[in-house]
Design a protein around this ligand. Sequence first.
Ligand SMILES: [Zn+2]
Length: 338
Amino acid sequence: MDQLSRSSWLQRQQELKLELDLVNSTSGLGAALMALAENQRATGFIRDNLENVERFILPSASGRRHYFSVQYNPARARRFAGAGLALAPENVENVNQGCFLCAENIWWQQQGTELGYDLPLAGSRYTAWMNPFPLAPGHCIAAAREHIPQCWGGSSETLATIISDLLELSSKLPGWICFYNGEGAGASILGHLHYHLLPRPADYGQLPLELAIQRHDADGVVEEIYPLSFMHWHDEQTVAMEAVSPWIKDWLARVGEPEHATANIITITAECGSRQDCFFIPRHKARSRAEGLAGVVGGFETLGEIVCSSDEDHKRLQAGEINYQTIADMLRQVSVAL
Ligand SMILES: [Zn+2]
């Protein structure tokens, strides 16, 4: 592991970029990211093929179409154990306390197996890296190329940039679910800005939050139709920041304890590309998890699918001890008024 292996890594990155740019220009960004996933399975960086995942659908007693779901994903329990090397080799600089999303660390931490794709959009400010412990096949992270914080630090301009970049990434990914988790709202790496990009799995229909919107079918403040308070915008093709910015500015100005304010932001572009939805779910940093199941509530959970990885939760699910009401109560516990 030396400068020679670094230059060979950089060269492989460059070669892969040419390949993926070609896929992107002919078949779209989604296809390019799926090709990156393929490459990362081949290099051995993606070690989980999701074969142990089980999904539990928990229907509501009242409405036939209402449900919550739980994804039992045991490999996710390993994600905090730290994949890769913790100590930089001799004569190699460890930048930003070994940040897992800084390219300067990634090549030696993952011993050359992890390759990313510098995304040719959003001002070329992001690189896609595959998630080694995915929620679904193709699940990747779009990380800022610069080591900048995950949170907006009270600045409405920074928050607006976070949302507008997410909308732009999502607009090139029809059929994908893209989301941002703030501090205390599911983010595990706070030092480095990143988003989750997730192709909707083939056997998934609309997620509970999307169904709630369909029942309501209106823009604006939507309460009492879902256990979480949220704001929603939608548009044909792309949601315009002019529609989102005034509300965000106003929200930041009136939110109590702004230092504790955080959020999940989700953008979904329809498979046919004819519609984009944006959800803003305000959160409180001290309420990152809820009683009920062991995990933290992040963006995917706010959509209505709770991810868990412990044996104990699995046993309770198999025994039928977790139901629709358990999940509704969990989401209600982390809900913050708009
Ligand atoms: Zn970093």
